[in-house]
Write a protein that binds this ligand. Structure first.
Ligand SMILES: NC(=O)c1ccc[n+]([C@@H]2O[C@H](COP(=O)([O-])OP(=O)(O)OC[C@H]3O[C@@H](n4cnc5c(N)ncnc54)[C@H](OP(=O)(O)O)[C@@H]3O)[C@@H](O)[C@H]2O)c1
Length: 331
């Protein structure tokens, strides 16, 4: 009996300490102000909603000519629109004033990712905001090779700038958005029942659903002790495992399709880039191929993962994403 009581007491203590640790990890945004640029975007509006759900006040720094439709969408997230001319430094600093954190979910090429984000960073510093998050949300560009991926080079260039600035920086790295597997990223080839891979069909690839990225980003944004880099993945799976998943989901056999190794893929990327028309698009086909090369080479692999850093446990797997995209009859 005494032994049972003692065990119960130990269990109660353990439970209390687990609850305490879980409680400590929860990010409560009550009383915090987050200034968010890019809040009208795909990822940005999800971050706005996640911050609002945590009780934070979200000030959405947007262009003065933002459409009524985008404004309505933004208000739906609970964010407060703060239109500003991004070229007006004092006005931009004023829009950051009083914030605990400035988050960038901007998207674009050098004029946006370096120049505009740079102006936002300067504004945050001028307004004495203690923390800043650049719009990274990618594979691990701290480990990939300069020159291999145009968009990762832009992130590296901005990293040098933000790390030299008198402000604490936090980045979230999440691999590829898992949602892209259902269409935009030509990896799962439904018609051919194949899963594309270059090089090693067993190389693990990181995928995270956009909503999960947004929720984790909100936790980081509200954590004054957040790490410089947080690495997350809803799933880390190989092309072979993706094929097995599709076989299981559809009842039809899917197999990896390996057109060649990474050397051949690099030649193809150069050819596609050379013969593609010049564009201001952030993600032309050749850039998507560069991104896939960084995944299939393993250089952009995220490790170790920080998924358990906060209270979030409901990570969406690639299987969930792919299953949701299939017509009901194939399930
Ligand atoms: N890992 C992945 O697989 C993956 C995939 C896609 C994107 N991403 C990354 O996720 C981040 C957000 O991308 P997203 O897809 O959410 O982008 P998005 O939907 O294109 O949204 C971009 C946001 O940036 C704003 N913006 C762009 N140029 C601007 C300018 N000159 N002045 C003011 N605002 C400007 C846009 O405002 P307006 O609405 O006013 O235009 C919009 O709010 C980026 O870092 C992107 O590279 C990662």
């Amino acid at each position: 009996m005494a032994r049972t009581l003692k065990l119960t007491a130990v269990a109660t203590q353990l439970n209390a300490s687990v609850q305490l640790e879980e409680g400590d990890a929860m990010q409560d945004g009550t009383g915090q102000i987050v200034a968010l640029a890019g809040a009208t975007g795909d990822l940005g509006h999800r971050i706005a909603a996640a911050l609002h759900a945590r009780g934070a006040t979200v000030r959405a720094i947007i262009r003065p000519d933002t459409s009524e439709g985008k404004l309505a969408m933004l208000r739906g997230t609970g964010a407060v629109p703060a239109p500003v001319d991004f070229g007006d430094a004092p006005a931009l600093a004023k829009s950051c004033s009083g914030a605990d954190m400035v988050v960038s979910a901007l998207n674009g090429l050098e004029p946006t990712m370096i120049d505009l984000q740079g102006r936002l960073l300067d504004a945050a510093i001028a307004a004495s905001v203690p923390r800043f998050m650049p719009s990274d949300f990618s594979l691990d560009f701290t480990k990939t090779r300069p020159g291999d991926n145009r968009n990762m080079d832009l992130r590296r260039a901005f990293q040098a700038r933000v790390d030299a600035a008198p402000i604490r920086a936090h980045s979230v790295l999440n691999g590829m958005f898992a949602d892209l597997l259902t269409g935009q990223a030509p990896i799962v080839l439904h018609k051919q029942r194949r899963v594309l891979c270059w090089g090693d069909a067993d190389q693990l690839l990181d995928f995270t659903a956009k909503d999960d990225v947004a929720e984790f980003t909100a936790d980081v944004a509200l954590d004054p002790q957040a790490a410089r880099f947080s690495r997350i993945a809803g799933s880390s799976v190989s092309a072979r495992q993706l094929a097995d998943t599709m076989t299981r989901l559809t009842g039809n056999p899917y197999t990896p399709l390996r057109p060649g190794g990474l050397g051949l893929f690099s030649i193809l990327i150069t050819l596609v880039r050379t013969f593609s028309p010049k564009t201001d698009e952030p993600f032309p086909a050749w850039q998507g191929m560069q991104y896939m090369r960084d995944m299939f080479s393993g250089r952009g692999k995220l490790t170790p993962l920080d998924n358990t850093r906060y209270s979030k446990t409901d990570w969406t797997s690639v299987e969930d994403v792919l299953a949701a995209s299939l017509p009901p009859k194939t399930l």
